[in-house]
Structures are given as C-alpha cells and as structure tokens.
Design a protein around this ligand. Structure first.
Ligand SMILES: NC(=O)c1ccc[n+]([C@@H]2O[C@H](COP(=O)([O-])OP(=O)(O)OC[C@H]3O[C@@H](n4cnc5c(N)ncnc54)[C@H](O)[C@@H]3O)[C@@H](O)[C@H]2O)c1
Length: 421
C-alpha cells in the first residue's frame, strides 16, 4: 500500500526531522505532540530545515513552500483516522509507547502500519500492545534524521514481511537506505559502535592521552575520533546506552568507570561545555582547531584510580585497531546470530555513522586469521571485551578468508541481504 498520508508522534528533535523527510518525499504529514507550544516548536524546526535547503540552493523557495505546506500540527488524534502509516518518536519509555500504540490501534484504519523510532525498546513488546502486531515495525532513524541516510527496519516477532517491505519502500521514497535488522539490543549500529567508544575510554583510563587516541583513529580513516564522538553524542546518553548493552550482552560491554564518573560530575560533553574536551557550550567544534582538554579530566581519572600518565605523558602511541577490532568483532557476533546479512554491515555502518572504511572490507584486507590473532592477543591482555566471535573462529578454521566466501558455504542458516537504497 503506498503511503500518501502519514502521522508523526512527538515533535522533538527526531519527530520534526522525520516529518520533514516525509513531506520532502511529497507525503502529507500530521505532526502530533502533547502541547501546542511543542507542536509549534517542531513546525518552526521544519521551517528552518527548509529555509536552509533554499539558502544552500538545494531547492527553490516555491518547492520548499509546497513541501512545508504538506505538514500540519495537532495535539489530538482527530486526523489519524485515514493515515496510511504512523511513525512514533515520543519519549523512550516503554509505558509511554505502549499507551500510544494502544491508542493508535483503536483510531487508525486496520491496514495502517504503526512504526516506532525507538532506539532500544522491544518492537515485539510494543507490537503486542496492539491487536495488529503484524503491522508494527521499528523504523530507527539516525540523528539528524533529515541528513542521516540510514534507517534500520526492525521487525518484531509477529511483524509480517509485507510490513517490512512497506517500511523499506517508504525509506526508498524518502531517499534513505533501509537495512533490515532483526530485533536485538542496540539493533545493529549502536551495538557495533559502542564497543568502539567504550574501548577508547578503557584506553584513556590506562593513560593514553585523548588526543593521541583520537588522532590515531582519524589517521586510520574514521571521520572522527571516539572521544570526540562521545562528547558530541553526550556522555550521559552514552553511559545509559552502554550500561543497557552491558546488562543485555554481559562482559563484552563492561562500561569503563570513567564514563559514569564524567556523567556524575556533570561533564556531559558539548551540551554542557565540557566532557573529555572543552567546548563552547552547544556549538559544533571546528575540526581544524586544536582541542583543549577538560582540566577536570585528570582529577576524574584519578578518582577512578587511573590517569597518572595523563600528567606524565607516558603513552603517546596508540594502535587504532584496539578500538576498531571490537566493532568488527561485534558485527561478526551479529552476523552469527542472523541479526543482519554480512553484505548489509558495511553499508549500515557507513550510512549510520559515516564510517568510510567498511569493517568487513577492512577485515578482508587484513585477513580473518590476523583479526582473530589480534583479538585473541587483546583478550589475553585486556579480558572479555575482546572475546572473539565464535563465527570468526569457525571461518578461520574452515580456511574461509572473507564473508562473501561464507555465503557460498552457508546453507540455510544465514540471514538474506536486505538493503534497499
Ligand atoms: N535523539 C536521538 O539521537 C535519537 C536517535 C534515534 C532514535 N531516537 C528515539 O526517538 C524518540 C524521540 O527522541 P527525541 O530525541 O526526538 O526526543 P525529544 O525529547 O526531542 O522529543 C520527544 C517529543 O515527544 C513528545 N511526546 C512525549 N509523549 C508524547 C505523547 N504521548 N504524544 C505525543 N508526543 C509526545 C515530547 O513532548 C517531545 O516533544 C525516542 O524514542 C528516542 O529514543 C532518538
């Protein structure tokens, strides 16, 4: 069923971006929030996004006006009766989402698809709050939704293939890349990204200087260093996500104590003016300007029992593979669990995080046996965070050198490729 009219619930950061991309694709959108002032703020945000496109000459004023006119704001469900699809982007609390989906189930027509932009909650649980779990699906956009290419499309246990296909088609219409990811904690991108961020913090605790870690990673080919990314994303957000993943997956995700210590000290990154580095509060840092360390960092590292060499500058060389290999390893765990098809991994990481060097391509270049050796050596030194995925051992034992060879040998057990551009 083609989507001609959609609704978005929650006019915050994500909801307004999603409403913008829907309207840009020529779809009528109703944007709902709980208070008129929140709706107005969301609409003003969308207007700003269109103004910026006009300013950058991506579209004309007339085009921008035409698309913006497709969006209307509301605080009620009155206009939801004839929508083809709803994307919920309200608070990340299961009871809030369950209540919203129960309401949507009563109001929306039976064929309507109900999607959630949840970052971590269970799509199966949200679906089971409705009488149409086959029509409930995760559509996980990345921030800022109007720019980031990736949408993870996540079926719950009872979601039908037709619903997944409809969500993928809608993504295509919005100019997004959709990757099907089976439901698991962190879905794919966050699950793979967090071992990288967390490992950089463990290295920081050992005395590696932040700028040494970040520079080594950028020199390796990533768009920005992990510690810079932590500050940008928000230390508190990262601490909550990593603790959640630690709770779900266990020792591989053991949170570096410095993350919680920074959060407790109120150094939340860019948004508070200081995290690992100093920032001009809320302002996007200039990539070319040298970074200044947060002067409180040394004391915070001392408080978690480390950080001496931050002062004496002992550890000046950092091997980027120490933070890259845990990402690759987690991707292999996900492939082994049939969460994602191997051919979707590099696309998803590139579109979701800007990672230009694909993890699986990189592993192919280096050789799977060499990756396993390095992971095992790191495991010996640093413990469970580096435990190699069982699938990696299996491939190396089978003398398989890259994942496309694996496709030739795997018979019925592997997920099928699902990227829709
Ligand atoms: N911010 C991100 O980076 C990001 C990325 C991907 C997914 N998400 C997910 O998207 C969702 C929204 O995140 P956000 O960052 O936009 O949050 P936000 O706080 O900016 O916006 C949430 C909005 O939802 C509104 N709301 C709350 N309950 C509502 C209800 N019952 N009906 C209608 N509106 C309601 C709030 O008033 C608020 O305006 C969350 O589930 C979050 O986990 C966030």
């Amino acid at each position: 069923m083609p989507v001609e009219k959609a609704a978005v619930i929650g006019a915050g950061a994500m909801g307004s971006g999603i409403a913008m991309v829907l309207s840009q694709a020529g779809i009528k959108v109703v944007l709902k929030d709980v208070e008129q002032s929140f709706v107005d703020r969301g609409l003003a945000n969308i207007k700003r996004m269109y103004d910026s496109r006009v300013k950058k000459e991506v579209m004309t004023q007339a085009e921008a006006d035409k698309h913006f006119a497709l969006v209307s704001g509301t605080t009620t469900y009155d206009e939801f009766k004839d929508v083809d699809l709803v994307i919920e982007a309200a608070l990340e609390l299961i009871n809030v989402k369950v209540e919203i989906f129960q309401e949507l189930d009563k109001i929306c027509k039976p064929q309507a698809i109900l999607a959630s932009n949840t970052s971590a909650l269970s799509i199966s649980e949200i679906g089971s709050a409705t009488k149409r779990p086959d029509k409930v699906v995760g559509m996980h956009f990345f921030n800022p939704a109007q720019f980031m290419k990736l949408v993870e499309v996540i079926p719950g246990v009872k979601t039908s293939n037709e619903t997944v296909a409809a969500a993928q088609q809608l993504c295509k219409k919005m100019g997004k890349t959709a990757v099907r990811v089976e439901e698991c904690p962190g879905f794919l991108v966050n699950r793979v990204l967090f071992p990288y961020l967390n490992e950089a913090l463990w290295a920081l605790q050992e005395g590696y200087k932040p700028e040494v870690i970040d520079e080594a990673v950028v020199a390796f080919g990533l768009p920005m260093g992990p510690l810079t990314l932590l500050d940008m994303t928000g230390i508190d957000v990262c601490a909550h996500v990593n603790e959640f993943l630690y709770g779900e997956y266990g020792p591989r995700f053991e949170t570096a104590p410095v993350l919680k210590a920074l959060m407790q000290a109120g150094h939340l990154g860019q948004k508070t003016g200081a995290g690992i580095y100093l920032h001009v509060k809320g302002q996007v840092p200039n990539k070319d300007e040298p970074k200044q360390l947060n002067p409180a960092l040394a004391g915070i590292l001392e408080s978690v029992g480390k950080g001496h060499s931050l002062k004496n500058g002992a550890a000046t060389k950092f091997d980027a593979l120490r933070v890259v290999l845990p990402m690759f390893n987690e991707a292999v765990y996900a492939i082994g669990e049939n969460v994602v098809h191997h051919s979707d991994v590099d696309v998803a990481m590139e579109c979701g995080t800007g990672l230009k060097r694909g993890l699986l391509s990189l592993a192919k270049e280096k050789g799977l046996a060499a990756c396993l050796n390095d992971l095992s050596a790191y495991q010996e030194k640093h413990g469970e965070r580096f435990r190699p995925a069982w699938l990696l051992r299996k491939l190396v034992r089978a003398n398989i050198h890259d994942f496309s060879d694996f496709s030739n040998f795997s018979k019925t057990t592997e997920a099928t490729p699902q990227t829709v551009h």
